[in-house]
Design a protein around this ligand. Sequence first.
Ligand SMILES: Cc1cc2nc3c(=O)[nH]c(=O)nc-3n(C[C@H](O)[C@H](O)[C@H](O)COP(=O)(O)OP(=O)(O)OC[C@H]3O[C@@H](n4cnc5c(N)ncnc54)[C@H](O)[C@@H]3O)c2cc1C
Length: 548
Amino acid sequence: MPHRPLSTATSRALVWFKRDLRQDDHAPLAAAQQFESALGLFIIEPDWLASPEFSSAHLQFALDSLAPLRASLAARGLPLLVRVGEATEVLAALRAETGFTHLLSHEETGPMWTYARDKAVAVWCAERGVRWQEWTQSGVVRRLRSRFGWAKRWQARMDAPRIAAQGGFAGVAGVELHDIPNLQTLGLQADTKLVQTGTEASAWAELDGFLDGRGRDYRLAMSSPLTAPDACSRLSPHLAFGTISMRAVHQATEYAIAHTADRALARALRSFSGRLRWHCHFMQKLEDQPSIEFENFASVCDGLRENDFDATRFEAWCAGQTGYPMVDACMRSLNATGWLNFRMRAMLVSFASYHLWLHWRPTGMYLARQFLDFEAGIHWSQMQMQSGTTGINTLRIYSPTKQALDQDPDGAFIRHWVPELARVPLPYLAEPWKMNDTLERMSGCVIGRDYPAPIVDDKTAVKAAKDRLYGLRKTPEARAEADAVQSRHGSRKSGMAQTGVRPRSGKAGGAAKTAAHKTSHAAQAAAAQPDLFADMAEPAGDQSPGLA
Ligand SMILES: Cc1cc2nc3c(=O)[nH]c(=O)nc-3n(C[C@H](O)[C@H](O)[C@H](O)COP(=O)(O)OP(=O)(O)OC[C@H]3O[C@@H](n4cnc5c(N)ncnc54)[C@H](O)[C@@H]3O)c2cc1C
């Protein structure tokens, strides 16, 4: 979005860094140059540290990014303060200290606590005559009336020139900078995960490496947890903390596609490019309906799982002790590294929501703490999609055994993350409970002693879950609500008409087939298209409608 000139008479700007820890493509920073003086601020907010999705790995990523940002802004004359406290209190103290007149920041689409804080800041500014100006930094549209035209707007924003502050700043002199706090001074335990590090430079290095060729196998290698860590861009924490802008990633990708002679790489990058739009498409859902962080998209799903929470199952799932090797390997890998590829994230949630019949909210909070890239809009939409509570999507129930055979055919991933199974013969690795006593002895893995027996029976659990969900979806209330959700949140890219439940091509459940049968001619044509969140159809290499 082009930045608007601001009145600069006796003006002092405070640039509030939030999820935008960079200098490149930073409209508030560029706008600050029009003021008589300026300074920057990042706030470590108690509400963030206390939120159930918070992990100290998140804060560490931000702190890693702040140190070099402070150094390079200082070299350009802009002091960057890092203060701890509730936003309005920090702002009040700084106003008393520096007399800033304008607050400049990017818009944020985050968890409810950020929404509440922004409302409080808006009131604080209004009461004190401080002008707060916000800029968008993604494709998310504030106060969106209709999803029609959304994709075009996304494209226009992403194709617009990047906004960069040129040269130096007239920084406010004499403000006490103080050292940037660290986890220890904040009284926080370090997270022991081996995660990616922050900084704007590492975001660009990650992007460059991916566009230069690391992404060539993206489409085929993204589904397996063995190959995905190298084949995927790994930009997600950088996009979540804004160490690089979505527009910069989009433009660099389009440039690489246009200028590479490597056709396989260009194809892979096109697929990647589509996912950048998904990022904003999902965040838009939270922007439009903040309650999806807590409440089912489809209210007909209220009460479905709420009263069935089984703490023992939940704890086994969190610890990677379910007795299903692929589930356990993925969870242990995530717990150790803070990242997992899309398909395996979906499998973990599918297992929790269908096999274990756990509500998506506690499982989602646990995962949010593990994902270094936690992004509320994507996360809660995906949690609900993979749990069947959007009321619209075809149920995708992943079989952990099939996923093990498809995505880890040699068993290397399972053996690495579940060492108890290291000597189990390959034919039994995905289903070790099928070993007889001799095999258990020979492989040094007695089920129930060295590794858990399956926590639930796969077939029985899936059948029970399907019966409950498809039964619910057949009701007239569910169908009516599905249309409303589709209308509010669905992508218009596929040109889909509204039909409620609709099958993807390939396998589909009974209710979905029935619903499709009854659709109009236009809707039947559209039924060949991907369903709601239409952009969610996985391209080649990650396609798995229905039971996966
Ligand atoms: C249950 C569940 C929870 C998830 N939670 C998050 C989350 O908190 N934060 C997050 O960034 N992603 C989340 N995802 C989406 C996806 O798994 C990650 O974006 C992806 O694995 C990040 O790795 P990458 O950057 O290498 O992705 P790449 O495949 O290289 O994709 C590039 C970027 O495109 C976007 N993107 C890719 N896939 C998706 C998708 N399916 N939906 C929306 N955007 C996408 C992301 O911004 C990603 O960084 C979740 C998926 C599931 C199933």
